[in-house]
Write a protein that binds this ligand. Structure first.
Ligand code: HAM
Length: 426
């Protein structure tokens, strides 16, 4: 019995093909130039981690941990989770490798895939990619401002249209605790007017009430206490300095006291870039400070700030310049296929010439699909090949200059030299 039905990629996942893959290469190159220029080094962490890392780091009450994680038990009975985000893994690596002993701040960037079981739609996937930047070991407000400026620069370079920056400060955990109690009091006092969903989450996650579209809830939230009224003096000063640095750098932002990020580790500065070009999934990238996270994961008290931006969303909202195609120096073609075994395959000399050309540093390709000579030349033309070497039956080679420079007949071992000479005289 044969099972010949087509197998499709799982819902919320996709294949990266053709133009998409070159657009990503452009994005990666820009991110690398901007971030490595600012002292960030690339980090790769594993695709899966101990489930505990995210339960503790991201927060047990968040949507991510409660509903969206791909968690499984492996053959040795451990609970593992496909990473839903990159900050907790980077902090785990910081602790595991004793990076607090390095010169601070330690700055790390990544471009990796992440996994969340969300409702799939345009701009929202179950496996998606993020570019992220994390700086650990300094609470200088200049670092907050620099981090935000780097994301702003990346979005601007990628042509992300009408990106808007929202900014807020969540203060210290103590201030948040007190604020949380006051907010819960306010919500309980108006419980009858709230949506069922918000009412059910008063104890677990009252801040999410600010996100609600429900008319009754929105009305209640208009008179809700705001976190900024609870910031202590040091947090308020820190935030004022971050804003002053951004003002100095000419970065426009809107203060949004209702900015709620879906992760629990944030302290002090939080921010998010949105783009109207994205419709419902308007968040292009966001981040903030997480001064308690490293300690929560068993490390020394360490400040941290960073962001992540969705690769798909940057490409959807942006207008990246197309990648320049790789120029092909030499295309190896042949007059007649090797017929000894009736296969119609390329003659051995073609493969040998390809190898010789590559060893000499040329970008070379050869005919691999048994096309007619005319078809081979037209393919070489689409590749933008500068030279085509056509192997004849007697071992001689016709070297054709595709930029209109005519054709020479040469011995096979003289071809690479002739191409090199021709390219140098360009
Ligand atoms: P996040 O806001 O959850 O933050 O995700 C950052 C970005 O990833 C979003 O703005 C969005 O562009 C993209 N993204 C998130 N979920 C999806 C999805 N299902 N499909 C497509 N794109 C998505 C974080 O992950 C934090 N770790 C950011 C951070 C770094 N904070 C401090 N350091």
């Amino acid at each position: 019995m044969s099972a010949a039905g087509k197998i499709k990629a799982p819902r919320g996942t996709y294949d990266v093909l053709g133009e998409q893959s070159s657009a990503r290469a452009v994005l990666e190159a820009r991110a690398r130039a901007i971030l490595e220029g600012a002292g960030y080094e690339r980090i790769e962490t594993p695709a899966f981690e101990a489930t505990e890392l995210f339960a503790r780091g991201v927060g047990a009450s968040t949507d991510i941990v409660q509903k969206e994680m791909y968690t499984f038990t492996d053959a040795s009975g451990r609970s593992l989770t496909l990473r839903p985000e990159g900050t907790a893994p980077v902090c785990r690596a910081y602790v595991e490798h004793g990076m607090h002993k390095l010169r601070q701040p330690v700055r790390l960037w990544y471009m990796s895939s992440f996994f969340r079981h969300e409702r799939a739609q345009a701009g929202r996937y179950r496996q998606f990619w993020q570019i992220g930047a994390e700086a650990l070991g300094s609470e200088d407000p200049a670092l907050d401002a620099e981090s935000i400026c780097l994301l702003a620069a990346l979005l601007a370079e990628m042509g992300v249209a009408s990106a808007r920056l929202r900014l807020s400060s969540l203060g210290s955990p103590a201030a948040r605790r007190e604020y949380r109690e006051q907010l819960q009091g306010h919500l309980r006092a108006h419980a009858d007017t709230l949506s069922e969903d918000v009412r059910a989450r008063i104890e677990l996650n009252p801040l999410r009430a600010f996100d609600s579209e429900h008319p009754g809830t929105r009305q209640v939230m208009q008179t809700a206490p705001l976190l900024r009224e609870f910031l202590d003096v040091r947090d308020a000063e820190h935030f004022a300095e971050v804003r002053a640095r951004l003002d100095g750098a000419g970065v426009a932002y809107e203060l949004d006291p209702t900015l709620v990020r879906g992760l629990d580790y944030y302290t002090r500065t939080v921010f998010e870039f949105t783009s109207q070009a994205l419709g419902a999934q308007s968040g292009v990238g966001g981040g903030g400070r997480y001064d308690g996270l490293v300690e929560m994961l068993g490390g020394p008290p360490t400040a941290g700030i960073g962001w992540a931006a969705g690769v798909e969303r940057i490409l959807l909202a942006g207008a990246p310049a197309p990648a320049a195609p790789v120029p092909v120096d030499l295309f190896v073609a042949y007059e007649h296929a090797h017929e000894d075994d009736g296969s119609g395959h390329a003659p051995a000399g073609a493969f040998a010439l390809l190898g010789e050309a590559r060893a000499a540093g040329l970008i070379a390709q050869m005919e691999l699909a048994g096309r007619s000579l005319k078809g081979q030349l037209s393919y070489a033309n689409t590749l933008g090949a500068r030279y085509v070497a056509i192997l004849g039956d007697g071992g001689e080679v016709a070297l054709k200059d595709m930029s209109g420079g005519g054709q020479d007949t040469l011995a096979a071992d003289a071809v690479v030299h002739a191409v090199l000479r021709g390219l140098r005289t360009l």
